[in-house]
Design a protein around this ligand. Structure first.
Ligand code: PEP
Ligand code: MN
Length: 338
């Protein structure tokens, strides 16, 4: 349920409505809008009549929201949410590029890649330190040492850090070292992790599970936002289909659809979405043309030596060329790219 306040509603009237919501045992979420304040009501398991709120001073309308996601939905908040990651804004006019290796492998490797991606316009450096791998025998990441290397690279280049948080046990240390916490495809359904991150105010990059529907992705985001953390960026990273030439099938439909359903920013990861480096640049262009707020790209100075995802990683040359193409595209789609 959504309670719309009058344009001239006073603070006292807003607080009064929130108090009434709490009295019923529900949770009130104040949603500031450009024109008016709305109050989202969640937790209303039993039916409650809109009349209880319509009679209160300052209330102009009460709307019932039938979709399962509430706070992340456009019905609750029509304006785009802009997520601020240490001064880098997602969801505005400017397109953002996150780039870096799949995994942090050494101090030199992450520093070298950081220089390359910074020089061609990325503002955020990615790199996994705690890696959730499909095989227990595969490289699991440098863990804390990897986080230290990321921090050094950030200090040297001014890039913001995006790295994956694998579980609740390592959440506080990963949060300490990162500007944007990545929740990977394998963890999209880890509800205790989502809830813990929801209690923080740190920006989150929530990746779509490889067999998840768009509604399930939005419900995962709802877990985070319902705990009070509105700083969620969604990420389409491809889903499993019957096709085997590509690692995943990049679901470009998800971008305009999510833009319609939700106010949260959405970016695309064409590296995992395709699994092949030569498909990455065209799919990055397609993602931005479809309305994505940015892209996340795997880059390695020596892709053939990478400890994970080398085949889908761009080299410095192919990455720089892709960025040139994206820079030409940006004004055509009324966006900007630094
Ligand atoms: C990654 O970004 O390196 C990663 C593991 O991605 P995903 O969770 O989408 O598989
Ligand atoms: Mn990877």
């Amino acid at each position: 349920m959504l309670i719309m306040m009058r344009l001239d509603a006073t603070r006292q009237e807003i607080e009064n409505v929130k108090g009434k919501v709490s009295q019923f045992g529900f949770t009130a979420h104040e949603i500031p809008g450009v024109q008016r304040v709305a109050i989202g009501v969640t937790g209303n398991k039993a039916k409650v009549s809109p009349d209880n709120f319509l009679v209160l001073p300052g209330v102009v309308d009460v709307v019932s929201v039938s979709k399962p996601f509430k706070l992340v939905g456009r019905d609750f908040k029509p304006e785009n949410t802009i997520v601020d990651v240490g001064g880098v804004l997602f969801g505005g006019k400017e397109l953002q590029v996150i780039a870096g290796p799949c995994s942090v492998e050494s101090k030199e490797q992450i520093l070298d890649v950081a220089e390359v991606v910074r020089n061609s316009g990325a503002k955020l450096l990615r790199g996994g330190a705690f890696k959730p791998r499909s095989s227990p025998y595969a490289f699991q990441g440098l863990k804390l040492e990897g986080l230290e290397f990321l921090k050094r690279a950030a200090e040297k280049t001014g890039l913001k850090i995006v790295t994956e948080v694998k579980d609740t046990e390592t959440l506080s240390v990963v949060a300490e070292y990162s500007d944007l916490l990545q929740i990977g495809a394998r963890n999209m359904y880890n509800f205790s992790l989502l809830e813990k991150i929801g209690e923080m105010r740190k920006p989150v990059l929530l990746k779509r599970g490889f067999s998840s529907t768009i509604e399930e992705l939005l419900m995962a985001a709802e877990y985070i936002v319902s705990k009070g953390n509105y700083n969620v960026i969604l990420c389409e990273r491809g889903i499993r289909t019957f096709e085997t030439y590509t690692r995943n099938t990049l679901d470009l439909n998800a971008i305009p659809l999510i833009k319609k359903l939700s106010h949260l920013p959405i970016i695309v990861d064409p590296s995992h979405g395709t699994g092949a480096w030569d498909l990455v640049p065209p799919m990055a262009q397609a993602s931005l043309a479809a309305g994505a707020d940015g892209v996340m790209i795997e880059v390695h100075t020596h892709p053939e030596q990478a400890l994970s995802d080398g085949y889908q990683s761009l080299s410095p040359e192919t990455y720089t060329e892709m960025m040139k193409q994206l820079r030409k595209l940006a004004p055509v789609i009324q966006r900007s790219l630094s």
